[in-house]
Design a protein around this ligand. Structure first.
Ligand SMILES: Cc1cc2nc3c(=O)[nH]c(=O)nc-3n(C[C@H](O)[C@H](O)[C@H](O)COP(=O)(O)OP(=O)(O)OC[C@H]3O[C@@H](n4cnc5c(N)ncnc54)[C@H](O)[C@@H]3O)c2cc1C
Length: 454
């Protein structure tokens, strides 16, 4: 074992032990619920003091925290999926470094014990009368609501998709249905263009569209095919990455490795039968370029969750309209939100969810005590930019795009230890820390180091 791996493993082991200690200490004590508002529960089929919509990263971590605040019997989570996925690992699944099975657990196994799992889809949210309706016709009323519905993928907005995925040579790390197709396209690569895309919309984990490019480049080098390949990143953005400190390092890497970056190029059509991808130049609308490909990785356009968008809770674009400091809805004080479905002006990541979960928990506990929330979310988010099978640049920053780094090293430099953090430590912290409401708060990596030192 290398010394860096030993350090990471030891941090992971001490952190897990600390998490277990924390878990043993925390009781499920009830905090008195004050009446900020009233709920109409007369006609509803079910009623919960705390209702959580969505059982992804934000929904499960908040339900664990809310169980401690309200008691398990007072909390319910509405989530239709039988399987819960740790999406960040899909980057490595698409590159053949992890299996897709390693990203999945039964939803039942991550649901906090005693919390009610309503296995349905939310169809409608009615904040005026504090109810929601599910697709199987149930009406559920609530006193407090947390919305954690994630965002919507829109493969269908690209002509030729999603049906194009039935052809080989094309994949996407953004969905469990298509992530293994990325690995197959990479494994089967012979010669030609390997094309990677970034859409003209907000996305979750804005680094993921290029991480798979670096991994593919590394794989093609390892297998002796790199001389036969042209590696091309066509991005809608005018920059390679939004934060200059990290973008500067990434530009150095793409130059060294001969990766072609084309800015302001937006994928609009895939002709999968001909292995052609059509891009529009966003600076010259109507001007298109056709790229033949031997491998295509698609990052789909993304948008607000459609249920939020069609409710009175969305902003003009449809994202959940929250106070950016306290994560409380701007119009409905008993409604809160977390994660990708929100309009918080920061990068949408699981690390942001971890930071938000502690702030939101504090906001709600203060409101229950009729006190003013006192913990402010600074926009902390993080993106481990995987640059090969053994290196990561760990970007961490706040609402203002200012780096908020954890480690006493230059995090803009490629680091092997950060790769192990991403590939080996973070999944454990996710399953055993974040989802149990035991890990989070401003600077989750900082918290990890703190736990590791206890
Ligand atoms: C390829 C990839 C790589 C990534 N890499 C990283 C990374 O390295 N680091 C990082 O921090 N983050 C990363 N992320 C981002 C991270 O996974 C997300 O930001 C995080 O999962 C957001 O959590 P969430 O709870 O907001 O949404 P999700 O975890 O997506 O959960 C939303 C939940 O809502 C449910 N839902 C949707 N509609 C309804 C409905 N109508 N009714 C009921 N339930 C519904 C869904 O089934 C889902 O369970 C990556 C994501 C991808 C796809």
């Amino acid at each position: 074992m290398t010394s860096t791996l030993r350090i990471v493993t030891s941090v992971a082991q001490t952190s897990m032990a600390a998490l277990r200690r924390l878990q043993q200490c925390q009781s499920t004590g009830i905090t008195a619920v004050s009446h900020l508002h009233t709920s109409s529960r007369a006609s509803a089929d079910m009623h919960y003091k705390m209702l959580v919509l969505g059982g992804g990263s934000g929904g499960i971590s908040m339900s664990a925290r809310m169980k401690r605040l309200f008691g398990a019997e007072n909390v319910a989570v509405v989530e239709p999926s039988e399987t819960h996925y740790y999406q960040p690992i899909w980057t490595l699944v698409g590159a053949g470094a992890k299996t897709s099975a390693s990203s999945a657990r039964h939803t039942a196994s991550v649901m906090p014990a005693g919390v009610k799992w309503v296995k349905s889809k939310v169809q409608e949210i009615n904040p005026e009368n504090n109810t929601i309706r599910t697709d199987d016709g149930k009406e559920i009323s609530y006193e407090y609501l947390i919305i954690a519905l994630g965002l919507q993928l829109h493969f269908e907005k690209i002509k030729g998709l999603p049906e194009g995925f039935e052809h080989p040579k094309i994949g996407s790390n953004y969905s469990i249905q298509t992530v293994e197709k990325t690995w197959k396209a990479l494994k089967d690569f012979k010669a030609g263009n390997a094309v990677f895309t970034f859409p003209n919309t907000p996305v979750k984990c804005a680094g993921a569209p290029q991480k798979i490019m670096y991994l593919s480049d590394a794989y093609l080098r390892k297998t002796g095919k790199r001389n036969e390949a042209r590696v091309i990143y066509n991005t809608s953005l005018p920059v390679l990455f939004g934060i200059k400190k990290y973008a500067d390092s990434l530009w150095d890497i793409v130059k060294q490795r001969d990766l072609q970056i084309n800015l302001r190029q937006n994928l609009i059509e895939v002709r999968a039968d001909k292995q052609e991808a059509v891009f529009e130049n966003l600076d010259k609308p109507g001007e298109t370029t056709v790229f033949e490909y031997e491998m295509l990785h698609v990052t789909p356009p993304m948008g607000p969750n459609l249920i939020v968008k069609s409710s009175p809770l969305g902003d003009e674009a449809g994202w959940l309209d929250l106070d950016k400091d306290y994560l409380q809805h701007k119009k409905y004080p008993n409604v809160f939100g977390i994660g990708d479905c929100t309009n918080l002006p920061t990068a949408k990541t699981g690390a942001a969810v971890a930071a938000q979960s502690a702030v939101l928990s504090r906001t709600i506990s203060m409101i229950l005590k009729n006190q003013k929330p006192d913990k402010i979310y600074d926009g902390y988010t993080s993106c481990p930019l995987v640059t090969s099978y053994k290196s990561v640049i760990l970007a961490e920053f706040d609402y203002n795009g200012q780096p908020l780094e954890t480690f006493p090293i230059n995090q803009a430099k490629e680091s092997r230890i950060m790769y192990h953090m991403k590939a080996d430590v973070m999944p454990h912290l996710y399953w055993h820390g974040l989802l149990r409401g035991l890990w989070g708060g401003p600077g989750p990596y900082r918290k990890l180091m703190h736990l590791g030192m206890k």
